[in-house]
Design a protein around this ligand. Sequence first.
Ligand code: ADP
Ligand code: MG
Length: 469
Amino acid sequence: MTLVMKFGGTSVGNAAAIRQTAALIKSCQQEWGQVVVVASAMGSKPVKVTDWLLTGATAAAAGDSETVKQAAAYLRQVHYEAIDELLHPERERQTILAENQRFINHYVALCEAAEVLGEMTPRALDVIGGMGEQMAIRILAAYLRQEGQPAAAVDATELIVTDNHFQAATPLMGLTSPKTEARLRPLLTKNIIPIVTGFIGATEDGISTTLGRGGSDYSGAILGQALQAKEVWIWTDVDGVMTADPRLVSTAQSIPTLSYREVSELAYFGAQVLHPKTMRPCVENGIPLRIKNTFHPDHPGTVIVTNGVNGRGSIKAVTAIKELAMITVEGRGMMGVPGIAARTFGAVAQIGVSVLLIAQASSEQSICFVTPAKSAPAVVESLERALHEELTRRDIDRVWARPDLSIVTVVGAGMQGTPGIAGRIFTALGEHHVNVIAIAQGSSECSISLVVQTDDVAAAVQHIHRLIV
Ligand code: ADP
Ligand code: MG
């Protein structure tokens, strides 16, 4: 029985966390027989190794070598400290130290090159962005070996084949599955635990890519599919998926069971605990997914299954996503003109911007949708170009962006059959003077999303959360 387990940044954040993680890996290995581990980069929140790597690299391209020095110093501190604390000098301390040193030197060299060239390409950023994982797995694998547990560090560039969409690459499963099976199965049959880098892959030609921020969860699911794993477990720093982000709502509680659909809505609308792409490989292959707490391993956490169980109320969780803008295309002459919507969304797609939500308008006199705030100026410009004729003719009066907005999403499959849910939500918000700017129902009918001003997010989430617990 193969179990794939992914450990997040906090779970390998420092020497103490790595010790805890190693103990968990050993005990799961005894229970399951064949265990594959996927690990993120080190670093405790809010300062993460990957952030430093990328911040330094971007700064270098802008001519700022001071930030690169700081980043390199931070990388040395975090990794060398863990190596010193975990690995005995007479065992692998020197070897692993040298390997980590090589990565950091390479990092500095790449940044220096970027500084000379005055640019940092997405392709180079992917080489740099994955270095945190590459350093972390070497430390974790060596520590496991020292503890008597055979383990081998494996870079996912040897396993996961992706397209060349740098920074957000898509795995090509037809190539990934046989490659992963061929590389990892021999290790597993010899009881050697593969410790694999999260977040990264490589093109068919072997060029490094990354799967997008938070993508290590996705790596776990990809390997789960490739190896036809029995289960995929995501180990993190909270007791599973909770009724709200515990940083926003102190009374948030762990949710025992969620359906793939429910958790997909939560992840898509900002619940950082799980990367939104993680679900697909699992749902398509019927692989149960569990989210558990490394620092509280006896807690059952959350299990994600095909059909969730409905809780007491029918709202199960509330989440929020910030830094958004609402784009409106409006004009009385739009009514009945065919193809306006198609051209509007075509113009957005053309510049590669994703639309998070399309708001329901009561008439055909406007089209409203929500995009990331940083893309809003480009979206408006692209729309003005695409709809130039209508704007000149005054069929469309204007295209504009409203900034400083957020989406609050309420999730629960049971909401569909429960009358009055929307009413309760709006009453709760109205009583606390939260103005709802737009609403949309999720396509899967297990979520309702509300657009509110960013200033109102905390209040909106907290008051909706009171309807759950
Ligand atoms: P990791 O490094 O383990 O991948 P992340 O920071 O990516 O961890 O995700 C875990 C964090 O997600 C939690 O610490 C919590 O602050 C945040 N979070 C946001 N929404 C939720 C939620 N609904 N349930 C649980 N955690 C959430
Ligand atoms: Mg994460």
